[in-house]
Ligand binder design. Sequence first.
Ligand SMILES: [Zn+2]
Length: 80
Amino acid sequence: MPFGMAANYNRPKPIDPIWYRRSCILRIRCACGRARSVELGAFARENSISADTQIYKLILRLRCRCGLRPSADVTRSPYG
Ligand SMILES: [Zn+2]
């Protein structure tokens, strides 16, 4: 592996399954102004989403209460 990639080794990837990143933070932000940061594993349980689901599929399923599709990402900490 090239040296330059080492820093990114632990960054959550869209193809990671939820269980593998369950303690990471899902950050959801909608154009209407609603925003939420929640532990990925807790969010999946809350919404009856299988832990085998890949992160990008969960994000595609997100729907804000205003009806829009929010943007989201997963980080290792609420501050990352
Ligand atoms: Zn919204």
